[in-house]
Design a binder for this molecule. Structure first.
Ligand code: MEV
Length: 341
């Protein structure tokens, strides 16, 4: 048996824009997904959160993965992943779970069955990287079980294949944060860099707020942004990209006034891309009124918001006065790791 865990993530800045090659700054958070793996007669996927207990063969796992891959290629040509998302979501995500196994079996050249048991304290559909932390944690636990001794880079690549199932054409930023941990500068296909030296202090006075379950998945929200008029979309995407570089400078200098300005401008751009909600707008307005900063996190459409104010207790009071429960968590947590069992 083997056990591993990986953190969820929060995008400090750069969501959506990162899909189009702009940089993002992403922090691993103090909430993790745990995966236990053991050898078994059949393949078995268990997830206590959904009462899922799915048993299938290696052949089923591989054929589902192959089918998903075929649909992915067609969708990629059309630049529309709706069909893939429908396939993956069918019957309570059965195809996703089998294909996740298929990817591990193929990529790690495994020829025996195994069981994975998943537990997680990363809330689902909140923008906190529940799927990326799962992808990284299961890959690590299975690689340990079969003594594959693979690098974190290889784990990250496998996790990315799993993320493609559920998000179509993700940037890869979420799985990178879940895998490598800490605070990362991420550019799709170019750079994954730790910001440990540039921002050598703990990020403080940030508070998360859960605004409710998004009506759409990350894949669907990314698709909705893609469907916008190209010129309209690209103007906002470029703007968010510039904000990411600027916020890094502000963080380096501890210029929190500038940082707040940038966060609020970014929320404005995300709202113009159509991924904000009336609840997010209401919370952002209240935080801005006390001279703080707030933005949605991840794909948006609900889920988590990131808020900042130098007087954290005042920020918490403001959020509570609107009827929402602030969430405090570590930003810059440890990446994937083996756990004792
Ligand atoms: C999702 O957490 C972040 C998005 O930018 C999508 C991605 O990066 O793949 C919306």
């Amino acid at each position: 048996m083997s056990k591993a865990s990986a953190p969820g993530k929060v995008i400090i800045i750069g969501e959506h824009a990162v899909v189009y090659g702009e940089p993002a700054i992403i922090a691993a958070i103090g909430k993790r997904t745990y995966s236990e793996a053991e050898k078994s007669i059949k393949c078995r996927y268990m997830d206590s959160r959904w009462n899922v207990d799915l048993v299938f063969t290696i052949e089923e796992a591989l054929s589902t993965m192959k089918k998903a891959d075929e649909i992915w290629k067609i969708c990629s040509e059309k630049k529309d992943f709706t069909e893939l998302l429908q396939f993956i979501k069918r019957d309570g995500f059965i195809n996703y779970r089998k294909a996740v196994f298929g990817i591990m079996i193929k990529k790690m050249k495994i020829n025996e069955c195994f069981t994975i048991k998943i537990k997680s304290d990363v809330p689902v559909g909140s923008g906190l990287g529940s799927s990326s932390s799962l992808a990284v944690a299961v890959t690590k636990s299975v690689s340990e079980l079969f003594k594959k001794n693979i690098s974190n880079e290889a784990i990250n690549d496998i996790a990315y294949e799993m993320e493609k199932l559920i998000h179509g054409n993700p940037s890869g930023g979420d799985n990178a944060a879940s895998c490598f941990g800490g605070l990362l500068w991420f550019e799709k296909g170019k750079e994954i860099k730790s910001l440990e030296k540039k921002v050598p202090y703990e990020l403080e006075n940030f508070v998360l707020v859960y605004t409710g379950p998004p009506k759409k998945t990350t894949g669907e929200l990314v698709q909705a942004v893609r469907n916008l008029d190209e010129n309209y979309r690209n103007k906002r995407i470029k703007e968010i990209g510039k904000m990411t570089s600027k916020i890094l400078n502000a963080l380096k200098k501890k210029d929190f006034k500038k940082m707040k300005e940038i966060i609020n401008k970014t929320q404005h751009n995300l709202s113009e891309l159509g991924v904000s909600t009336p609840v997010i707008d209401k919370i952002a307005k209240a935080v801005i009124e006390i001279n703080g900063a707030a933005k949605l996190c991840g794909a948006g459409g609900g889920g988590i918001m990131l808020c900042w104010y130098e007087d954290k207790s005042k920020l918490i009071k403001t959020i509570k006065s609107l009827g929402y429960e602030p969430i405090e968590t570590e930003l810059g947590a440890e990446g994937v790791r083996t756990e004792k069992y």
